[in-house]
Design a protein around this ligand. Sequence first.
Ligand code: ASP
Length: 434
Amino acid sequence: MKQPRGGEACPSRGVRAVGVCQRFGRRVKFAIRAGRVQGFLCTSAWWGWVYLGERVPGVVYCSMGKRIASGGAGVVRGPGPGRGQGSGDGGALFARGHLLQLAGLSAKELRAILGRARVFAGHDADGSDDPKAWRERLRGKVVANLFFEDSTRTRVSFAVAAERLGAQVINLTSVGSSISKGETVADTALNVAAMGVDGIVMRHKSSGAPHLVVRTLAERAHSYDDAGRVCSVINAGDGRHEHPTQGLLDIYTIAERFDRLDGFDLSGLTVGIVGDIASSRVARSGIVGLGALGAKVVCIGPPTLVPRSIEAMGCKTTHDLDGVIGKLDAVNVLRIQFERHDGGGGGGEKMPGASNAVASVREYYEVYGLNSARLAKLRPGAIVMHPGPINRGVEMSSEAADSGQSMVLRQVRHGVAVRMAVLEMCLNASAQGR
Ligand code: ASP
């Protein structure tokens, strides 16, 4: 199958290429002419804007569920997830003080963030950076935590990280703010930016929401800042799209355990991501970030949760956990994201088990749960990870979660160092005037 390339002229008739819709992980067919997507068809009959990876062919992004007329033109903009060669949107945005995704960051950019995190984690031996001076790094800056979706670890971790760097932290959640009165996310962000906030850390249930906020803040910069400065935006998880700081802290944890902190070269390592890949932003950040640094990634789970099409992001897929578990150096177990699934009846909060994609939680645990028997099949030295929150007895047993191989709390610990690095780099890029 021909793989599309952003900017490449293709014949205009018919369907010429296939990519993966980032929102749903489904295959999307489309044609390109003069570098623009001319028409596209998701196999689910979903129509929407598509974003085609400019640097890494074959990956298509749908925006926030906006429907347009069939055959309408989408905008070709890059990049898609890469294996280190990207320096398109992701890298450019990072240089301008935003971190919205790992896709598009080069291996060099990823290593720069991770290298700085190494200092904040206390793993840099040369002592050139005095921890007592860290509180000066962001002194006088204000970081707003805008969480439109629930969070424990990420929100607290960003707050701790910002405060360790001397910044002041404001916490805003949907409950208790005008978000519950119907204000749009863009309006909320504009108002927060108009108060002189330097950085917005945001989580939202819609994929692409932070991208929309960056665009809106840039378009309206002169109406809220005399110098037209755009405040930094850091994605703390957008729908099914990405969770870049989780991806970074997972990489850091693997690098620490396998003695790769010096250079963050993960070649030779195989990382399994087990579970609800289709709905997981953690998986997407992991696939692109780990791949960019040289690791092999295998996504494992039932066909309903692990679509083969995710391979377009540069990983392998299998539905046979027992067949592959002994070959993994790290196994990152994911929660089933019931709240993003259809089915199970009713609306509102989804309870475990309420899903068309998982017929029986008990059966899922039998086939894909990380239990003691599977723990015993891991290679010596292999590690177990989970981004949290863990549903014990659904995706992993308590023995696995609390075992000596479990890196779950190291991940949380490294999250603070990674977020210190990201906040420092983004907010200081902002200070230099993007
Ligand atoms: N905490 C992670 C996230 O926000 C994973 C999860 O919720 O299962 O994506």
